[in-house]
Design a protein around this ligand. Sequence first.
Ligand SMILES: [Mg+2]
Length: 264
Amino acid sequence: MKPWTLAAYGAFFVDVDGVLVHDTQPIAGATEAFRLLQQSGHVVILTNNSTRSRVQHAQHLSSLGFELQSTDIVCSSYVIAEHLKKLAGAVQVWPIGEQGLRDELVISGHHLATDPHFAQWIATGMDRRFDYTKMAQGLHALLAGAQWAATNEDGTYPIPGGLMPGAGAIVGALRGMGFEPDVTVGKPNAPIFDIAKSLVSTDKILMIGDRLGTDILGGIQNGIDTLFVLSGISNQSDMQTEGIQSTWIAKSLASVLSGDIRRL
Ligand SMILES: [Mg+2]
């Protein structure tokens, strides 16, 4: 069994919430560790957070000390827009989400429907202003025959000191009316990994994440090694209950500085 070495990997897929930051606060040692990863290989951000566009994510991360190009950010708002284009070309979309989702849909060439009844697709993401009206608009689009793409199904979103409802809560509201997404693009599903893989020129990739059901399961299902960090939402005992086992485990991203990373 080979011991841990950073040099074994040529690219790093890095989750944001619970790995680099807790909401708007960098996690201890994460900026230094992030720079070390950038010196060792190609770092690509993989985040299910659809509230920002790629450009907004890059600006936000840079302001917190994580310098990178927006082209190295693969967020679910971007992936859903690109995936819809691949599936159906430019379409009329009714978004239920925040500005980052709308921005990426428009950048990819889609049209934002002016009435839910005219939508060919609805695209759902996290929406901190979700309400009964938006739920009804989603229902009316689906009843009129729209297909449904979801960014991700994370039930919760971590903030310092606790949790808030995630994009999965929005999916749950529409599911409660009897519908199912036609496609979900974010982790652990293939579309986000396919786009990220297309950006790097190596197959020696490590996925670094804090959530077993998305980051780690996604890495396993998409054929890449995983590093599970305990600075976020899942803890070590969850591995047994969820039946998901990473390649490596560490306390936090800062462990890449000390090399204190164990194989499972
Ligand atoms: Mg996370």
